[in-house]
Design a protein around this ligand. Sequence first.
Ligand code: SF4
Length: 201
Amino acid sequence: MSSMNIVYTYGGKLYINMTNRCTNKCKFCIRFTPSGVDGLDLWLDREPTVDEVFDELCRNDYKKYGEIIFCGYGEPLMRFDDVMELCRKIRLDSDVKIRINTNGHANRIAGRDVTPDMQGLVDTISISLNAKNAKEYNDICVSEYGEDGFYEMLDFAKKSAKYTPNVVLSVVDTIPEEDIEACRRIAKDAGVQFRVREYSE
Ligand code: SF4
């Protein structure tokens, strides 16, 4: 188990790698590139248990970091209940900020509205908006929910904003400027923050 990169640092932050699974198959997904993240192989032989992840966090002295981020390789909220259990463990004796980078499909995955469960546990939810409409979203993200994946993601963002202090819809800086502005308006209408991320290969 220890040979798997369950917890890793990147850019001075601590990341948790819960799963390889995802409801999308984005054309730009780092899972489909040979280099991984900063040369790290993040493919998991199997999904680690909550205890295994927490042990790795402790081994990496997680309290010294300003922020812990649930991120790829896959979609962390494929394991919503396990992520929440980890948040509770982290919260027990630490004020470290917790962020989840997600595709926003958690409600559809769980079959219920999970956003209230994150209240008091999660500081920031960063959701990939990726495109200005459902068709373009699905062209890029190839969601197992088809174009519904776009609306699921937006609904999740709006609902999350009631319970989580920072909800951010993001796009990468490779899309046209007019699309960025359209996405900025979508975020504004949803009542959440907006961020343009630098694309990294
Ligand atoms: S949502 Fe994230 S993990 Fe899933 S395919 Fe897209 S980039 Fe990859």
